[in-house]
Design a protein around this ligand. Structure first.
Ligand code: PRP
Length: 216
């Protein structure tokens, strides 16, 4: 890489989102051989020729890396973006990682929702849940933050309902729960650091254009 040119860094949410992102980028000629080794425990990968770095992080941390400029570009679900509310530019809807943010619970909990009862809501997305119940539904609820396997909430009577993403619906079905209300659709988004967007405008615009061509 040219001495003068700095690396552009991508932060990708670990797992399927990162894999789908790399497949999409490969179609636009952006690859990273180092990343293809599935047994590797490395966290950061480099493509010297293109002057690019890629790192994998937990999904909720992606907007944080991009907001602070530790990464120039990030790919993360709109569920996480909405929850984290960071100061980043959202530049593309990538169209994959589609699912729905929903209020779910046992069928009986539907009554509690209809009557605007003061219920307990467990979620990995407390801000999203708060915004939906307080600002949209004008319903006072108690929010309980969980970090995963949220479907347990109503099963062990920690909460009446949950706010969570539903993709195939099989986790709900297998646990006797159902979608009670839909909050919003979710899909993967490309985000960009606000300073990088000015300082590296040409390189970043080129990447956005190439990716947009692949998804349209
Ligand atoms: C997500 C989500 C649901 C499940 C939905 O959990 O929180 O539990 O996937 O998918 P489905 O509708 O296809 O069943 P994830 O697998 O990320 O694990 P976690 O609950 O531990 O966060």
């Amino acid at each position: 890489m040219n001495e003068e040119r700095r690396y552009l860094t991508f932060a990708l949410g670990k797992g399927r989102l990162a894999q789908q992102t790399m497949e999409l980028l490969a179609g636009a000629g952006i690859t990273c051989e180092e990343m293809k080794d599935r047994h590797s425990r490395k966290l950061i990968f480099v493509n010297e020729a293109l002057g690019l770095k890629f790192f994998l992080s937990k999904n909720p941390d992606v907007p944080t890396y991009v907001e602070y400029g530790a990464a120039d570009i990030g790919v993360v679900g709109s569920d996480v973006l909405r929850e984290e509310n960071k100061r980043v530019y959202e530049v593309l809807d990538l169209g994959f990682g589609r699912c729905r943010m929903c209020v779910c619970g046992p069928a009986e909990a539907g009554e509690l929702l209809r009557h605007h009862e003061r219920i307990r809501v467990a979620s990995k997305y407390p801000n999203t849940a708060k915004d939906y119940f307080f600002n949209k539904k004008h319903q006072t609820v108690d929010i309980i933050k969980l970090n995963g396997s949220v479907e347990l909430g109503p099963i062990v009577q920690l909460s009446d309902v949950i706010v969570d993403i539903v993709e195939t619906g099989s986790t709900l079905r297998e646990n006797g729960l159902e979608v009670l209300e839909e909050i919003c659709p979710v899909s993967a988004r490309m985000i960009v650091n606000r300073v990088s967007m000015q300082m590296e405008a040409e390189r970043i615009r080129k990447i956005i254009t190439m990716v947009r061509e692949r998804i349209s």
